[in-house]
Design a protein around this ligand. Structure first.
Ligand code: TMP
Length: 253
């Protein structure tokens, strides 16, 4: 049997040629990186958790009519997805000030925003993914004005869905990043959600305690990342509930 062909290796995922034209196998690695890969680690189990969580979120958004690349999960680390041409933009939606926006504008982390803010970052590691304006995006032809309208609408719908889902399990969705791709069908193309939605690409804070349940734990050495992602997965019912610790021998009467 021929070995499948690797198409692309990113920081947290590998893409392999899929079984049929137009399909790709997306493999979730345990690798974690931050600050444009200045900081690196392998976190056992992260890939499995992100694979399951991204499936859960993609199936959820599809359920409210947001088209996306997810076809089916193949195993613990892989999912079958539709091949798209990814638009070279990271679309970030923010509900609460945090991260780079807090730093750039001097707004204290945790300050609620009066309305969700959508931002675009140009995907280029050599430039550290700079913030770009809609005029720049159109002028450099990364996307058309019509694409941009669609991307903003899609991002805000994902925000509504994800905020509600998270609120239901006691988690505040602070911000998140999505990527959008062009799906070609003959002479036609449409924009669909691509990449992943996972705690790697969101900020998630416990509503009661403020505990961070996302990749900021790794970025800022705040504790056990896999533990936090497992907590998110357990609350959402994606992973079975933890038992109350190792159970001792049971007395047989
Ligand atoms: P930021 O505050 O660092 O700009 O991040 C905004 C959101 O985007 C946050 O939820 C984390 C996510 N994100 C990624 O998914 N990939 C990245 O490379 C960066 C910088 C942020």
């Amino acid at each position: 049997m021929a070995r499948r062909r690797m198409i692309y290796e990113g920081k947290a995922k590998i893409l392999y040629e899929g079984p049929e034209p137009g399909t790709i196998v997306q493999y979730f690695k345990d690798d974690a990186t931050a600050f444009n890969a200045e900081k690196k680690a392998v976190i056992e189990g992260k890939g499995v958790l992100n694979n399951m969580l991204s499936e859960h979120f993609m199936v959820g958004v599809a359920g409210i009519g947001i088209p996306n690349h997810f076809i089916k999960r193949l195993n613990m680390r892989e999912q079958l997805i539709k091949a798209v041409e990814v638009i070279p933009l990271e679309v970030v939606v923010r509900n609460v000030a945090a991260g780079s926006m807090s730093k750039r504008l001097g707004i204290e982390e945790g300050t609620p925003l009066s309305r969700p803010i959508v931002e675009f970052y140009y995907k280029d590691d050599s430039l550290s993914d700079p913030l770009v304006t809609e005029d720049q995006i159109v002028a450099f032809q990364w996307a058309s004005p019509q694409d941009l309208d669609e991307m903003v609408a899609m991002a805000l719908r994902v925000n509504d869905f994800m905020s509600g889902l998270m609120f239901g399990v006691g988690i505040k969705l602070i911000d998140f990043k999505i990527e959008i791709g062009r799906l070609f069908d003959g002479d036609f193309q449409r924009l669909i959600l691509a990449d992943e939605i996972s705690p790697d690409s969101c900020r998630l804070w416990d509503i009661e305690t403020g505990r961070k349940l996302d990749k900021d734990i790794f970025r800022h050495d705040l504790g056990d990342l896999a533990d936090a992602y497992t907590e998110v997965a357990t609350r959402l019912g994606v992973m079975p509930k933890k038992s109350g610790g190792p159970s001792g021998p049971t007395l047989v009467k």
